[in-house]
Design a protein around this ligand. Structure first.
Ligand code: BG6
Length: 300
């Protein structure tokens, strides 16, 4: 299997393949600007490491690599609903894209030296019970000075359907007590820890307890300022009007079997989200693209 990937999709100086953890196939991207890793399970980006900085994505050191489970860390693809299913709690939290096996459709060395991978998921038998409408989902991952992710939802059937989701990115930080997140000042948010109470964000975000918030009416870039790692991480997006900020803090970290007890200290999730009213009605033949663009400024 790995040899077939190498023959069909390998590109010298850009893309190679290996069995990763759990004997799951992964693509390794290495170019003049950065390295990255993408598992076919979940179309999950598990690493992005620009050559001028340290790794940008946080990965749990006890993540489980199983076909029925989402990988903890990196960029889980949440689709076609965000959080619990709106009216059927037997369906998986955050949808099924992150626990599905995707198909690699192309790898390209772009003229600017960046590397692009495209992966697809369609309404094969295993997903039909979870999403009865014909769809095609495509994730394109472009690795260079920045990491650019596009998640394209296509309606290839004859009935409209509604989609939500997120690029649920885990960022690696020096110390949760010392970072600030800029870009959401003055926005209202739903506090998922307080019975869905709505609050107003005053000033930049600092975190000193569990945080699970859905910010509304925002397509703004967020900037993580990290004085310990001496860098700023810029998180821009398109096709999303809600942003989720999540840190599980102490008790929830201890409760999750695939999350180290002290993991909350060195991670924060900033998610380009389509949730609550920010969901998309996709008509037959139409598509919606959710984008997240991540870059690092190593001058602090
Ligand atoms: C966030 C949600 O997006 O994901 C949180 O807002 C949730 O409520 C978190 O706890 C992690 O979810 P999961 O399913 O990956 O453990």
């Amino acid at each position: 299997m790995i040899n077939e990937f190498k023959e069909t999709f390998g590109i010298d100086g850009h893309v190679g393949f290996h069995f990763g953890k759990g004997h799951m196939p992964k693509a390794i991207i290495e170019n003049e600007f950065a390295s990255a890793e993408v598992y076919l399970h979940g179309a999950h980006v598990t690493a992005f490491h620009p050559h001028n900085s340290s790794p940008v994505l946080w990965m749990s050191n006890i993540a489980e690599f199983r076909h029925d489970k989402a990988i903890r860390g990196g960029i889980p693809v949440v689709w076609p609903w965000f959080g619990p299913h709106p009216n059927d709690d037997t369906k998986p939290q955050h949808g099924f894209a992150r626990i599905s096996e995707w198909t690699l459709v192309s790898t390209t060395a772009l003229s600017n030296g960046f590397t692009q991978l495209r992966l697809q998921l369609s309404d094969i038998e295993t997903t039909q019970t979870l999403c009865p409408r014909p769809f095609e989902l495509e994730l394109s991952v472009t690795v260079g000075t920045q990491l650019h992710i596009d998640l394209v939802s296509r309606n290839i059937g004859t009935e409209p359907f509604i989609i939500g989701g997120a690029l649920h990115t885990y960022f690696s930080i020096g110390d949760i007590n010392r970072i600030t997140i800029e870009g959401l000042e003055g926005r209202e948010y739903l506090d998922q820890l307080q019975g869905h109470q709505t609050n107003l964000q005053k000033g930049t975000i600092t975190i000193s307890e569990e945080v699970d918030r859905i910010y509304f009416n925002t397509d703004d870039e967020c900037i993580i300022s990290d004085p310990v790692m001496k860098r700023h991480i810029h998180v821009a997006k398109m096709g999303s009007n809600t942003t989720v900020v999540w840190n599980p803090w102490i008790a929830k970290s201890q409760h999750m079997s695939d999350f180290p007890d002290d993991g909350f200290r060195t991670m924060v999730c900033i998610e380009a989200t389509n949730a609550v009213d920010d969901v998309y009605h996709i008509l037959p033949g139409e598509e919606h693209t959710l984008t997240q663009i991540i870059s690092v400024d190593d001058k602090y």
